[in-house]
Design a binder for this molecule. Structure first.
Ligand code: ADP
Length: 424
């Protein structure tokens, strides 16, 4: 275990794209941030203010989520992190068994923390909390698409009730009256809740000003549990202010490429826009891949090698729902997904072997596969391209490169061009 740098904020994120979202907000608020895939196994560079450990603990068994989170906590404490931020989904994705409650309580126990708060509020993304109820856009959580989520259906919008079902400690509420009145009123409310035996409080926040007023009241609290929204306010507790320096990355070099395995609507529009603008693009056919994996990947890379020197290339499996359904009917949904992810990860590696050093990846699962195939363990977070998607700089097994990992529905229609233009 290496602990060469003193961290202000140590973050434990329960999934990969959520970790990037949090890191992005911290950078925008002025911190130098590194995201680590799992618990770090290499030393941190000097001058890192916050480390975000990306776990995959949202939907695993609660005991496993607790074990992973405590392993991350041990590393962060050894690195002297002054405050721990447990990053959860802004729609409070969890089941009656957890994992938000069990992980938060295990972290509190380990830290000797007798009072903590939880708030998924992320007003910029339409997630607001009022009287303990979570709203998604203009409606309540349980009326949103989240009620039908395959793994974590959210059928109750009252977060005090939802969290209480997962916790031993008593759960209370710091309501909007206190938050609107400012940090002193929040501190007074915390003192009041403590006397009532409350150990964890949901916090109301309906806009960014609420989060900015809340943050100073959380100074010195060993643990906070939140979506990425709270990150806009916390860095100021250490005197950080938004600065270009926080997002500075080494200058870009090498060739440029995009790999897209996302079939989300936003990605569709981005791929179509890139092709319509005359971009060099090649579609990967999953059925052809199933018949002849090695030849298909080889042909893609040969095509890319020809076009790369002149312009960015796009390799995509992005397809219309009907085409995806037809492929899934033949190969099975899971097998088709794994096959395409594996192939795109090989393509990404092949592209980097051919000199690509600026790589955009579209798709959450696809990003996970690409990062793994490139042997990437840590990423320095740079400037935001579009909300939730920053450029990053990573050391891969094949050398350093710039990487932008875009979860499916993020980004404007011109995202691919915009990403390279911004880096240049
Ligand atoms: P998103 O972030 O848009 O959800 P992901 O990469 O997380 O994107 O998920 C997309 C999934 O669909 C991946 O498992 C990918 O391999 C799979 N996939 C991509 N293209 C196709 C296709 N043409 N047919 C079937 N499955 C596909």
């Amino acid at each position: 275990m290496n602990t060469p740098t003193r961290l202000r904020l140590g973050c434990i994120a329960d999934d990969f794209t959520g970790a990037t979202d949090l890191a992005n907000n911290l950078v925008r608020a002025g911190m130098r941030v590194v995201q680590s895939i799992g618990v770090p196994d290499t030393p941190l560079a000097a001058g890192v203010d916050a480390l975000v450990v990306a776990l995959k603990s949202r939907t695993v068994a609660a005991a496993e989520a607790v074990a992973q989170s405590l392993a991350a906590l041990r590393w962060l404490r050894a690195a002297d992190a002054q405050q721990i931020y447990f990053k959860i989904c802004s729609t409070f994705d969890s089941t009656p068994q957890g994992n938000i409650g069990p992980v938060a309580e295990a972290l509190m126990d380990a830290l000797g923390c007798d009072f903590s708060i939880a708030t998924p509020a992320f007003p910029d993304n339409g997630r607001t909390v009022f009287k303990g109820y979570l709203f998604v856009g203009d409606g309540l959580l349980h009326e949103s698409g989240m009620r039908d989520h395959p793994l974590t259906p959210m059928t109750d919008s009252n977060l005090v009730r939802v969290l209480q079902a997962q916790c031993r400690r008593r759960v209370g509420l710091i309501d909007h009256r206190a938050v609107a009145a400012g940090a002193a009123a929040v501190r007074a409310r915390i003192a009041e809740l403590r006397t009532q035996g409350v150990g964890i409080a949901i916090v109301d926040a309906v806009d960014n000003d609420d989060l900015l007023r809340l943050a100073p009241a959380l100074q010195g609290m060993a643990l906070v549990t939140a979506g990425s929204g709270l990150a806009i306010g916390l860095p100021a507790n250490w005197g950080f202010q938004p600065s270009a320096q926080a997002a500075a990355l080494p200058p870009p070099s090498g060739l440029r490429a995009i790999v897209s395995g996302s079939c989300s609507q936003a990605t569709h529009a981005q791929v179509a826009h890139f092709i319509a603008g005359g971009g060099a693009a090649l579609a990967l056919d999953p059925l052809r891949l199933a018949r002849d994996h090695a030849d298909t990947v080889g042909e893609v890379l040969a095509w890319a090698e020809e076009h790369l020197p002149a312009q960015p290339v796009l390799v995509y499996s992005t397809a219309e729902p009907a085409a995806v359904a037809a492929t899934q009917a033949q190969l099975g949904a899971l097998d088709a997904g794994a096959l395409v992810e594996q192939a795109l990860a090989e393509v990404a590696r092949g592209l980097v072997e051919r000199g690509v050093r600026q790589l955009v990846v579209a798709g959450g699962e696809t990003s996970g596969a690409v990062v793994q195939s490139l042997g990437i363990r840590q990423m320095q977070i740079g400037a935001q391209i579009d909300p939730g998607v920053p450029w990053t700089h990573a050391k891969s097994a094949l050398g350093p490169l710039h990487l932008a990992l875009k979860s499916g529905n993020f980004g404007g229609v011109d995202f691919f061009h915009q990403a390279f233009a911004q880096l240049a």
